[in-house]
Design a protein around this ligand. Structure first.
Ligand SMILES: [Zn+2]
Length: 149
């Protein structure tokens, strides 16, 4: 069973059951791979396009979760095939505590680690209310003056 003490590698998502608690990656291979991905992304998109890259990553996650859960309200899926197709657990729209860990959402589709290598995907239509464009309020262009908004 998962508990709050277990941390997951930011690249491959495997549980890191040993080592320092501030570790982000399970080993040097995952760290190097994450760095390569980041550098590749920065070279490809340039920094000013990073926002678009984040939105693309969230859309990809959403599409993969949608395909996995289908018409069901809830489903248990293997993480590995999602990961191979480009699922990236660093990109989500909201997160909330669940019984055993955290449930992350891309819009109304949530995922939660339930055991090593498996995710429970949940559909929560209430999450869509947050994305009503009216709930964001007016979009103001921030001031260029430091300390002013
Ligand atoms: Zn790893």
């Amino acid at each position: 069973m998962l508990n709050q003490e277990q941390k997951r590698c930011l690249d491959c998502g495997k549980v890191m059951s040993y080592g320092r608690t501030d570790k982000l990656y399970c080993d040097d291979i995952c760290r190097a791979r994450a760095t390569r991905k980041r550098l590749k992304q920065e070279t490809e998109t340039g920094h000013e396009d990073a926002h678009k890259a984040v939105i693309r990553a969230i859309k990809r996650n959403y599409a993969l979760l949608k395909k996995a859960v289908g018409d069901r309200e809830q489903w248990i899926v293997d993480f590995e095939p999602l990961y191979r197709k480009g699922f990236n657990r660093m990109f989500y729209t909201s997160a909330e505590p669940s019984e055993n860990s955290l449930r992350y959402y891309c819009f109304e589709l949530g995922w939660e680690d339930i055991s090593e290598g498996r995710l429970q995907v949940t559909v929560n239509k209430q999450k869509l209310e947050v994305f009503d464009p009216d709930s964001f309020g007016p979009v103001n262009t921030p001031s260029n003056e430091p300390g002013e908004y």
